[in-house]
Design a protein around this ligand. Sequence first.
Ligand SMILES: Nc1nc2c(c(=O)[nH]1)N[C@H]1C(S)=C(S)[C@@H](COP(=O)(O)OP(=O)(O)OC[C@H]3O[C@@H](n4cnc5c(=O)[nH]c(N)nc54)[C@H](O)[C@@H]3O)O[C@H]1N2
Ligand SMILES: Nc1nc2c(c(=O)[nH]1)N[C@H]1C(S)=C(S)[C@@H](COP(=O)(O)OP(=O)(O)OC[C@H]3O[C@@H](n4cnc5c(=O)[nH]c(N)nc54)[C@H](O)[C@@H]3O)O[C@H]1N2
Ligand code: SF4
Ligand SMILES: [Mo]
Length: 767
Amino acid sequence: MTTRTAFRTCPLCEAGCGLEIHLQKQADGREHVARIRGDRDHVFSAGYVCPKGGALKQLHEDPDWLQRPVVKRDGRFVPVSWEEAFQTIADRLPPLMQQQGRDSVAIYLGNPNVHSLAGMLYGRSLIKALGTRNRFSASTVDQRPKEVSSALMFGTTVIAVPDLDRTDFLLMLGANPLASNGSLCTAPDFPGRLRALKQRGGTLVVVDPRRTETAALADRHLGIRPGTDGLLLAAMGQVLLAEQRARPGRLAEYCEGLEELSDLLAPFTPEAVQEATGLDAAEIRELTGRFADAPTAAVYGRIGTTCQEFGTVTSWLVDVVSLLSGNLDSAGGVLFPTGAVGHPSSQGPPRYGRGFRMGRMTSRVSGAPESLGEFPVSVLAEEIETPGKGQVRAFITVAGNPVASLPNSRRIRAALESLEFMVSVDPYINETTCHADVILPPPGPLYKSHYDYVLLNLAVRNVACYSPAVLPLEDGRLSEAEILLRLTALAAGHPPTAQSARKIDDMMADSMLQAAVGDESGPVAGRDVDELRQLLGSRRGPERLLDIALRTGPWGDGFGARPDGLTLETLEASLHGIDLGPLQPNRIPDVLRTPHGKIQVIPDLLRPEIDRLQKRCRRPADDRLQLVGRRHIRSNNSWMHNISVLTTGKNRCSLQIHPQDADRLGIREGDRVRVSSRVGTLEIRAERTDAVLPGVVSIPHGFGQNTDGVQLRVARQYDGVNANILTDDTFCDPVCGNIALNGVPVTVVPSAHDGEPTPADQAVGVF
Ligand SMILES: Nc1nc2c(c(=O)[nH]1)N[C@H]1C(S)=C(S)[C@@H](COP(=O)(O)OP(=O)(O)OC[C@H]3O[C@@H](n4cnc5c(=O)[nH]c(N)nc54)[C@H](O)[C@@H]3O)O[C@H]1N2
Ligand SMILES: Nc1nc2c(c(=O)[nH]1)N[C@H]1C(S)=C(S)[C@@H](COP(=O)(O)OP(=O)(O)OC[C@H]3O[C@@H](n4cnc5c(=O)[nH]c(N)nc54)[C@H](O)[C@@H]3O)O[C@H]1N2
Ligand code: SF4
Ligand SMILES: [Mo]
């Protein structure tokens, strides 16, 4: 029998569904999760939940989730007290930083940070205190091209999202929300929203080299060759301009360089791109016509458009097509959300900025440019391997699994093995953290409060949802915020104690307040910091920082200046979230931060990319296959294969291959095959399916926990292999260095082949 019901946002993916969690009191007085279902009263998700949300119960109970810190002694992990764990770090890290310089420590912030208040707020403080140039995150194996293309056009990283609930026509490229539930487009029940689009007479077109679950729902599926979406979009732009159907409308006045687009896109006729894209010219013309005819239309591009060799230029073209068709910043098209904790440009009148700059530093070994304060993950291994001043000798991971997630895994793994010292803030001993000297485990999701600090700035509706922790922290546990604050203290030269953590937290709150009162166009301009501090009452930690951000945000109470506005207290009283209404059009010019206050239609940095894209049309066909990824509704990147309710059923780690290719190569259903790329070889079971285009093969990522050192009892049993053994750390988008995980050239042979072994063959089966 349920003794209490708690409500909480699901922290597992970008959809942010509301959950209803039924708890029961046990004989020992502890509360136990009886069941979890969707919160039907939630303002955004209205009861939707996917299998992962329900599996939070099993995640919460996972016996492999570390309950105490562990330290490696004689090659084995031993549980220790928090004091001992921090002391071990204090003994090793600061001396290394002193002797070899701050750049000798690298840090990687992984994906779950984006779903964690502590990660969002205190990951930054840790980075700052470390003072290292060697900062890395999942962003450069994911969405950096979109951030950069937006920033180049608009002066800041605002990202336009499809107006999913109102559009008449959705053109979706390289995304499979029926599996992923959406990304860079926060939309709980994405599948339901797509069905609603169809029910109201709208059109869904999916562009993907695989006939995905989402494609199956679409009115039309265009099977494109991997890496050529930029050509398709450029051709759409060319047709709109050549047929004089471009209608940027009111935005024309805010554009710099619009007139030049006609000449620039002129070579990209549908006929010129048809061979490379594999799409018929007539089909491209028809698509463009229908897109232009629709009363409103939105273009949405995701992993297939960012994690590929033309990531930035393709992401730019997504917005160019929206702009030319009159759908940018327009209802039913693509819009800029106004999250309650403001993106810097989500409030206030237009402020001319300095524009966006990247490459302010370059990496030591290969000179890769920095973007948004980070180097691309493609250079992580070489920074560890290459001797010299500034060589990385120590590594910190926070919620990241580079061995599973980054390209050329084998090289990453060898690099981690060569480190002098490594710390992981992570609940599991997995393929990455098994290389750590110290693992600091955060408590499970039900012990944490939640607010989607970043993701609500990407939502298809303006909403604000806060959830307090469902369960109180148990004795002997530290919150993730406390762990990160103590690490920050240590990196800043203070003892890693609760007292230092408190001081740093106070300093962070003060500096946020200082920044807010110093912002001349902000709601608390010129006010007294002491007065505002008083108004925050006794809050500490992430809640205090969140309250400041909410109150000074676009919907905030301005610390009393707008009494009806939001505070954390209002959100605490709204268990099912607060709906702030549909996204607003006409945010341009206010959102712009370019030096001239206009949209930079053709960013200089992208001119060479447009040439390179054009040359892509003439690239001779390659007889190798092209590898792409895939996701499944029951997966979550690299870390949920230990939850048996999610892994039962048919094995999902297979190589999908078209029957034509399989026949040519002599591969039968279920055969084990050997797949090789420039950097590695692996063995995997083949699955013949015409859901992939001929010439394309697909392997999901995040598997391969059946390797030495991993202490995940369920995941270890899974017959899976690490797809990133094949992905290539030199195959990148050249603008920002984001990895091209899709379109990787590979060869496939039946496993028992008699051919000459390649050098890579000798390493088969290492993982
Ligand atoms: N081949 C291929 N590779 C890919 C992709 C692909 O499509 N194909 N996708 C890429 C993308 S988009 C991304 S975002 C990256 C993701 O790659 P990563 O950034 O490595 O993220 P995850 O794989 O989610 O790994 C999460 C880690 O965080 C830990 N963790 C889980 N919850 C918590 C928590 O609450 N606190 C802390 N401190 N740790 C926690 C887990 O144990 C795990 O070690 O992978 C990329 N890699
Ligand atoms: N269940 C589940 N949900 C997740 C995750 C997960 O691992 N599991 N991961 C989360 C994360 S970190 C992210 S970033 C998001 C990603 O969200 P999505 O982008 O929706 O993720 P995918 O399902 O990988 O969809 C990418 C699609 O691009 C296609 N593709 C590959 N190459 C190309 C190409 O060159 N052009 C085109 N047009 N298509 C191409 C692939 O076939 C695939 O169907 O999902 C998030 N949600
Ligand atoms: S779609 Fe699933 S994993 Fe994502 S937030 Fe909703 S319930 Fe959680
Ligand atoms: Mo991602």
